[in-house]
Design a protein. Structure first.
Length: 319
């Protein structure tokens, strides 16, 4: 420590002053042992942040460094630091001399003499108004996008859901184990009302928190086969057909489009959009069955027509 003090002592005082004046951060010094801790030094950057020139601050109480109308919470912390001669850092909102609002990062630290007594307080101030305004604009943009997304999800005619896993699924384990973990550890964390209606429920809240196995039976070989195909395709799938049970136990035919979230070679969760095509499939099956029955009736009719023609031919011969 002694060597460090000696090195600093060799630096010319005017150089330190010039460096402090040129610093990009606001810098000020107040005298701690005098009443009101008056300001004894401010640099140009501090003048810019506060809007006050040095002559307006020198000799005044440390409070003048804060601008007008500082926030009460930050002010209380700074008051305590000044009383105790201790370190303190706050983000402060106040007004410049011209009335414009400024947000600054303000730090105060004690300056000790050789006896260890606090003689002065050094103040550093950085104008972070632009930074905070950018953060607020970004937060507002994110909030707006989230609101739009939530509105879309809530009003979508297709089911939109997110499946999380109790433990992320590693991609380096055998695919058969990945399939088991999907069924064993998959839990719905997002689901809109359209998704709930697939399962015969009214609200998405009734699905959220439920395991995948409550709706998609792992005992159904067709489900296992389709999920295995999904796993082999790196958890990306378009128009995956699954057979899932609703609240009444009725099997529904669902078409799924699924996108995974993969980090560090682990599947964290799945986003999916699903459409209940049970009625469509049943209609197609009924149509196929009707076409088959019509074909059989057509064949039977043709056989009868053939027999009738043969009978007429025999009758004509007998004449």
């Amino acid at each position: 420590m002694a060597k460090r003090i000696s090195r600093n002592a060799d630096v010319p005082a005017n150089l330190l002053t010039q460096a402090a004046m040129a610093a990009p951060w606001g810098f000020a010094i107040t005298e701690h042992q005098r009443k009101g801790s008056p300001v004894v030094f401010v640099n140009q950057a501090f003048e810019f942040v506060s809007g006050h020139e040095a002559d307006e601050a020198l000799g005044k109480s440390w409070r003048c460094l804060l601008g007008s109308d500082p926030e009460s919470h930050s002010l209380a912390r700074l008051q305590q630091a000044v009383r105790q001669g201790s370190h303190c850092s706050v983000v402060l909102q106040s007004a410049r001399k011209d009335g414009s609002l400024v947000r600054s990062e303000l730090s105060v630290a004690p300056v000790l003499n050789r006896s260890g007594d606090v003689t002065h307080l050094s103040w550093l101030c950085r104008d972070i108004t632009f930074q905070i305004e950018q953060e607020e604009r970004l937060a507002a943009t994110v909030a707006e996008k989230e609101e739009r997304f939530s509105s879309y999800v809530e009003n979508a005619t297709e089911a939109i859901w997110r499946l999380d896993f109790k433990s992320p699924i590693r991609l380096d384990i055998p695919e058969s184990q990945q399939v088991r973990e999907i069924f064993d550890n998959g839990i719905f964390r997002e689901c809109n009302d359209a998704g709930a209606r697939i399962y015969g429920l009214d609200k998405g809240e009734a699905v959220i928190g439920q395991p995948l196995s409550a709706f998609m039976e792992p005992s159904n070989p067709e489900n296992v086969e389709r999920v295995a195909g999904y796993v082999s395709n790196r958890f990306c799938m378009r128009n995956l057909i699954s057979y899932e049970k609703d609240a009444d136990g009725t099997t529904r035919t669902i078409v799924n489009n699924i996108v995974p979230s993969i980090q560090d070679s682990k599947v964290r969760h799945l986003w999916g959009a699903s459409l209940d095509v049970t009625d469509h499939f049943e209609t197609l099956q009924a149509l196929a069955q009707s076409q088959e029955e019509l074909g059989e009736k057509t064949k039977a009719l043709e056989a009868k027509n053939t027999a009738l023609r043969e009978l007429i031919a025999h009758i004509e011969q007998d004449k």
